[in-house]
Design a protein. Sequence first.
Length: 227
Amino acid sequence: MPPKNFNQTNLRLPMRVWDLPIRLFHWIIVLLIIFSYVSVNNNWMQLHVLSGYTILTLLLFRVVWGFIGSDTARFAKFLKSPIAGLRHLAQFGRRAPDDEIGHNEAGGWMVLAMLVVLAAQVGTGLFANDDGSTYGPLEKYVGKDVSDRISDIHGLNFDVLLALICLHVLAIVAYAVVKRHDLVRPMFTGKKKLPAATRAPRMRSPVLALVILAAAAAAVWLVVNKA
């Protein structure tokens, strides 16, 4: 029997909020960004190119999954108005239980920014060159001069990506210190403790995710080999 002063509304139970495809996407992208940085700095250009193709494949998957995937993966579910994002940040110092099912109003915009900058990174990589023997598969359509300029953008955009990553990590630390919200563990386990009355988000089948990933891989293969 619960104690007499037990408040049922305070009951928090583990709930699945992140599906396996989203969690794998997140951590594989982290590893690939690190590998891309290491490979280009060690002049492992073929491996760098393969890493870029893999990131592009995952990004195509993520975009599609953002429209037809699980509830917490859908752009329509986590992208709120910019005003809502600013309002959330204005209340950042207020400590309260973490009742967010997915991304909060500000976090959703961070996700979108990361995806856009990553897309710009791999997109410019398709046209870039290293002034050596490595050329993007679409470089031939723009010529060397334009490719050189795009290569410069490719390098500068990576600095923007690094800045966003640093901001993302700082935000995670800030949420842990200021609000006592653990944003990392749920991205590993897929679960977080939420009020018992919370409606669980709908999860889509991993089989559907595999089909979308295969289609994305086929699209990248066609661009790389048939362009």
